[in-house]
Design a binder for this molecule. Structure first.
Ligand code: FES
Length: 84
């Protein structure tokens, strides 16, 4: 079992999202980026990723990131990461 970085986002409307932390363009950390509605902007070259689908919203990245299911129980936030 290896390690996987996750970008956990809590948006202004109270929703939680989790996507792979590594940008598919050049491996920057998406958790260091800015949130804008339901998207995160990569801090390195500005590609934005849709938090609900993982889709790329603008270049230079072209490959989507994986999304992960998030559940909230009380003060516990759980992220389910599937293998692969
Ligand atoms: S590393 Fe994320 S857009 Fe380039």
């Amino acid at each position: 079992m290896g390690e996987l970085g996750v970008c956990l986002a809590h948006t202004q409307d109270g929703a939680w999202f989790a996507i792979d932390d590594t940008c598919t363009h050049e491996d920057c950390s998406l958790s260091q980026g800015d949130l804008e509605d339901h998207a995160v902007e990569c801090p390195c070259h500005g590609s934005r990723f849709d938090l609900t689908t993982g889709d790329v919203l603008n270049l230079p990245a072209v490959v989507p990131v994986r999304t992960h299911r998030v559940t909230v129980e009380g003060e516990a936030v759980r992220v389910e990461v599937e293998d692969g």
